[in-house]
Design a protein around this ligand. Sequence first.
Ligand code: KE4
Length: 428
Amino acid sequence: MDKSEKIFVRAQRKIPGGVNSPVRAWKSVGGVPRMVTRGKGSYIYDADGQRYIDFVASWGPLILGHAPPEILLALKQSAANGTTFGAPTEGEVELAELVSRFMPSVELLRLVSSGTEATMSAIRLARAFTRRTKLVKFDGCYHGHSDGLLVKAGSGVATLGLPDSAGVPTAFARETLTAKYNDISSLQRLFSQYGKTIAAVIVEPICGNMGVILPEPGFLAALRELTQRHGALLIFDEVITGFRVALGGAQEIFKISPDLTCLGKILGGGLPLAAFGGRRDVMNLLAPVGPVYQAGTLSGNPLAVAAGLTTLRLLSRRGTYRYLAAKGKRLEDGFSNVLKKTAIRATINRAGSMLTIFFGVDKVQSPDDARQCDRQMFANFFHSMLAQGIYLPPAPFEAMFVSLAHSNADLDKTILAFDRWASASKRG
Ligand code: KE4
């Protein structure tokens, strides 16, 4: 057994499944998860000292790469003054001002510690503001693990939700309706049946949790029009896309102003920090101003805020997103050339510096399309790339993230590794 395996055996004695978040257990691809000891730039290292080019980026936050010197310095300076106070700090004000500047729809912002908290709180707020109870989410979109969001579509469309996890009461699930991503008619049917009881529609404006799936032209605008017409709030879950696809997130790209936005991942620069924010009239229902209770011991933690502020300031440098998109395109083009050369059936969806390869299919415009992909082929791909020193998300329905730390040499090495696997696969 290598060191990762030995530590993983110990881990399973004291931690459920040996991990603190299920996807880290590699159930979708098999094998033993690598125990990571450190990260630097575009690399991570495992307990046996093996170096990998990292495209997980801690599931999105590390757009600057691992342990950027500027972040380490900001953390050192912040920690020297203490780690948490449970009291307001100027850094939280600066961060809220910065987010509002980059995302004008966010007039007020509340910091929390995880994306789950952000979406859960935004939904409670929307229910209070509209005095309605129903929530609409889209099949395949993930918004964290609060009860009302672990719901799957009932049989047939326009039916009440069913629990998608043990422990979620049916009564909670029934308040959540599920529509089809990129299928506006499925949403129209829900509104025609439940219109006046729908408090909000929550959506990943660019889907990242079924692999990357882009909104069809007009889909988000139609969401905006439908929710406005029926008096429901539109919640953009930009936990992944916020500061990833543009400084102003997907709402900047598609020029849509949601009523509420949920943020996380990059916002914390690698530390536990998330947020929800939006219209002043909605956000002012939050305690202590209004009647909607929401709180958190470590909300706005100074260390996380220091990392987040430093990250956003670095990302706001001119040309950052053109540079990131060019890196993403270089990787996509390299992969595409290999697929053409080896005639392996696959399609790649990319939004800037986040991308997913779906094997065995020709297009993926919906979660149903994504579910047709060849998962075994993905697992084979994953393990071959790992053996060649490339660390990919250990699941077919996630995104690869390219960071500012990935060099062209890293990307070209990754493409070459893909070529070796694809060519060997073709030879059979
Ligand atoms: P957290 O509670 O994990 O901070 O955020 C939940 C969340 C909310 N919204 C979106 C769009 C998200 O993608 C997430 C979390 N993403 C997953 C992976 N795609 C985190 C990885 C994990 O669960 O370990």
